[in-house]
Ligand binder design. Structure first.
Ligand code: DX5
Ligand code: ZN
Length: 225
């Protein structure tokens, strides 16, 4: 089962509510919510207040990708704001196991995120506590970057580890996902696909059904896998 997770980083923030409703109506499964702090990454985006504001608009899971340092202080705020999944970067947490525990105590699913150059050894002792592993196929901080092909090898390695563990862990890819590479990414083992610019920059701005075509095109590619 494949899940498409539009990243609202590339949405039109002047009409964010509509942008979320429209993308879910077009068949998106998950709302990917990028949180940047101008410290861990060189960009600044949205926080718990925005999460709380969009929560009533959809039953889709809100997948909060924290690109912030430190991590722990902000976790309960996102849980209260209605996040379903909270993911963080191991380099941004002083105590990775503690942060995972904190997320789960808040009744959220916990994800660990790997930058392009971050080694997978962070999984060694916590894999069975995770609900999601997110492989970055760009360096975090901005939408619209080019997919880094080495991420495919990383996905294969993580897929193997998840399968060997026998656990039900989502394997998500984030960065540069497009119609022309999503099938190859799925073959490498991903089951959850973040797509920001590919979805939100598609179609005509005044068309309420603008996302139907792109979400169907992504699904059609996944059907071929
Ligand atoms: C980058 C973010 C991504 C970003 C992806 O730091 O984590 O979620 O929105 O955007 P695209 O799909 O345009 O590469
Ligand atoms: Zn992201």
């Amino acid at each position: 089962m494949y899940r498409i997770a539009p990243s609202i980083l590339s949405a039109n923030f002047a009409k964010l509510g509509e942008e979320i409703t429209n993308v879910v109506d077009s068949g998106a499964d998950i709302i990917h919510f990028d949180v940047m702090d101008n410290h861990y990454v060189p960009n600044l985006t949205i926080g718990p207040l925005v999460c709380e504001a969009i929560r009533p608009l959809t039953n889709a899971m809100i997948d909060v990708h924290l690109m912030v340092e430190p991590v722990d202080r902000i976790v309960p705020d996102f849980a209260k704001a209605g996040a379903n999944i909270i993911s963080f970067h191991p380099e941004a947490s002083g105590h990775i196991d503690r942060t995972i525990g904190l997320i789960k105590e808040q009744d959220c699913l916990a994800g660990l995120v790997f930058n392009p150059a971050t080694p997978l050894h962070y999984l060694d002792h916590v894999l069975d506590k995770l609900d999601l592993i997110l492989i970055m196929s760009v360096n975090p901080g901005f939408g619209g970057q080019k997919f880094i092909p080495e991420a495919l090898n990383k996905l294969k390695a993580v897929r193997k580890r998840i399968d060997e563990s026998g656990k039900n862990i989502m394997l998500e890819i984030d960065g540069g996902v497009k119609v022309d590479n999503i099938a190859e990414i799925a073959r490498a083992g991903a089951d959850t696909f973040v797509a920001g610019s590919a979805i939100y920059h598609a179609g005509k701005d005044n068309d309420p059904h603008r996302y139907d075509t792109i979400v169907s095109a992504l699904r059609a590619e996944l059907d071929k896998v």
